[in-house]
Design a protein around this ligand. Structure first.
Ligand code: ADP
Length: 240
């Protein structure tokens, strides 16, 4: 990908968005028959599935926790999901994203209700265009709810960043690659608790505040779409 001369032209981004605008977002709950819960998320050009299995007995048994369930997350990117084919299999990046995804989701789960059990979350990225960890977390939260796992709330996630000196919401690939800063955030919307915050690049203190505020606003919109997806799946259709 060649570096564009500017990422912001007359206040508009390369795809025509305003700085505080999300990419088009679609979420569908319950899309995979053989998973206990599942969701599909399209965020701009990202296409991500999440599948949940469990709670079920943990094997191998020596990984069991006597007083709580274990949440296992596996983020994986398909070889055909990026411009240059990605080598299949786990790598440092996917292991890191799996770990931060688990940490982002754990606080909303009542893991203590399921001793010696495991809840598996598989995130499969079929098409990547920056922000896949945030799309994966949004999908996983809906898939966990779809599986009927007791939750305090959903988790909503979006990245914020800086391009040409301007704070922006929901970076796409060019902005991720050539912008100055990328800060993925996940929150528990009703409690306004941050469960993921990473940063690649720099913000001044003021910029950080502005960016975090923008991330909260973006997550509110995502939260609405997540809830709508669950409502659509579980709505009692007329005549049923
Ligand atoms: P995120 O997808 O959460 O933004 P990164 O910032 O690490 O995570 O990656 C940004 C984007 O870079 C990805 O969404 C994907 O489009 C691209 N990318 C990541 N890993 C690879 C890879 N191994 N090969 C090609 N492109 C990649």
């Amino acid at each position: 990908m060649e570096k564009p001369e500017k990422l912001l032209i007359d206040g508009k981004r390369l795809d025509g968005r305003a700085p505080d605008e999300l990419r088009p977002l679609k979420i569908k709950a319950g899309v995979l028959e053989r998973a206990d819960g599942s969701a599909y998320v399209e965020l701009g050009n990202n296409k991500v599935f999440a599948a949940v299995y469990g709670p079920r007995e943990m094997h191998p048994r020596h990984d069991q926790q006597p007083d709580s369930a274990v949440l296992r997350c596996r983020y994986s990117m398909a070889p055909f999901s990026v411009e240059d084919r990605k080598r299949p299999g786990p790598d440092r990046r996917s292991m890191e994203i799996s770990k931060v995804t688990r940490e982002a989701l754990e606080p909303v789960l009542f893991l203590e209700l399921y001793p010696r059990s495991v809840i598996d979350v598989f995130i499969e990225v079929l098409q990547a265009d920056a922000g896949t960890r945030t799309a994966g977390i949004n999908a996983a939260a809906v898939a966990l709810a779809d599986a009927g796992v007791p939750m305090r709330d959903l988790v909503s996630s979006v990245a914020v960043g800086k391009i040409d000196g301007t704070i922006i919401l929901d970076l796409m690939k060019e902005e991720d690659q050539f912008g100055t800063t990328d800060m993925p955030v996940a929150i528990i919307p009703r409690k306004k608790v941050v469960t993921l915050l990473q940063m690649d690049g720099h913000f001044t203190k003021e910029e950080f505040k502005q960016a975090l505020d923008l991330a909260f606003k973006g997550c509110e919109k995502i939260y609405e779409v997540q809830r709508q997806a669950l409502k659509e799946k579980y709505a009692i259709k007329e005549g049923e």
